[in-house]
Design a protein around this ligand. Sequence first.
Ligand code: GDP
Ligand code: GDP
Length: 437
Amino acid sequence: MGRPVVAIVGRPNVGKSTLFNRIAGKRIAIVEDKPGVTRDRIYAEGEWLNKYFTLIDTGGIEPESKDIILSQMRRQAEIAIETADVILFLVDGIQGLTPTDREVAEMLRKSKNEVVLVCNKIDYNALNESIYEFYELGLGEPIPISASQGLGIGDLLDVVVEKFPSEKDTEYDDDVIKVAVIGKPNAGKSSLVNRILGEDRVIVSDIPGTTRDAIDTRFEVNGDKFVFIDTAGLRKKKKIYENVERYSAIRTLTAIERADVCLIMIDATEGVTEQDKKIAGFAHNNGKASIIIINKWDLIDKDDRTYLKFKNEVKTKLAFMDYAPILYISALTGQRVNRALDLIKQASMNHSMRIRTGTLNDIIGEAVLMNQPPSDKGRRLKIYYATQVGVKPPKFVIFVNDEELMHFSYARYLENQIRNTFEFKGTPIQFEFRQKG
Ligand code: GDP
Ligand code: GDP
């Protein structure tokens, strides 16, 4: 289930990053290598009254010159309109209304998004009257805050969470497999999606997102239901924002969050890059199932060791996802593309697989017999009992005498023993060790 996305837009110096830092909880690293981008401001997790959301900062692209502020603002607003459920339009209560504010307000008024007008810099000693002129923007009542002094933030967030779309708007039935196709620009994502959808698939419908313009594409193959998440840029080839790295990064991150299975597209002619690692890491850390796709296989000079070479590179550079199957394809010629759907199905089944408590404890019991748990200063780890507490991804709780005695390598060993019986191919599995008694 995708979290609502909240974007902050506004002129330079109105206090966007100050507000961002006030609201932001956990920071999430960004998947881009471009210089000139303030990375830590792009994307964070927010929470208010137990409602979680994704906070994005659409600004922060260094303007190439001072007089392009307006076009910069427009682009920011466009990105927010396409990506966000709720847009916080920030204006400056000290400086007052400017022509740029009017321009942006007009764009936002025409959009279908929920917009909250926020008047910043209404500090302890400021006059509240200064907010009245902003009514003129036609975006409703301005909410007065002071981002730097932390005033009015709670009231603002009350208004924001009220505007979140109801959950059913973005959810699919349980039998629909949600797939995100991710990877660097030019890895071949569009080509793959178009090829899979092009081959006599029954396309159920293109589903416009509720407020954001994300388009998902649903299709069925032999009774199996799939949805490609956020195919807006992929199917139609209208890559308006191709060169806006920040935009594609935000899109990637929100698509991953909404998906069950990620297809990580890697360009064979470039090998596994840093950016690929970051994208894969994000899928892994979010507990998503993954399939690694080495694309453009037709462009590679091959001999009998080529597969192995690629496989080793992936195993080394993406060691944290050794559960992910690797598929070598050419989206251009169609070579092996038909294998993708089977792997997606398999990964998705494993992602939501439950194993019986009895069977799980048999495996763990046998593992303990074969390989004694570690000890420290005369105390030995005892494992009492294990149970699966969740799916997507499978999560296990293991009750022990002292969780401090659990060593990383032993946890790894237990994971391998479980995987020897239930392969869980394509999905990460998670463990939690709990002290008992
Ligand atoms: P951005 O360019 O929109 O991200 O703006 P910043 O967050 O970098 O803030 C620009 C300037 O405004 C900084 O000097 C901040 O300290 C100041 N500022 C931000 N919030 C407030 C506020 O609530 N009151 C006052 N007086 N200054 C603020
Ligand atoms: P995206 O940016 O990840 O969506 O990548 P595209 O699907 O737009 O592909 C980028 C470029 O790579 C286009 O020129 C494609 O025709 C080309 N391309 C994609 N897949 C393959 C492939 O398997 N082999 C070859 N030779 N070219 C490919």
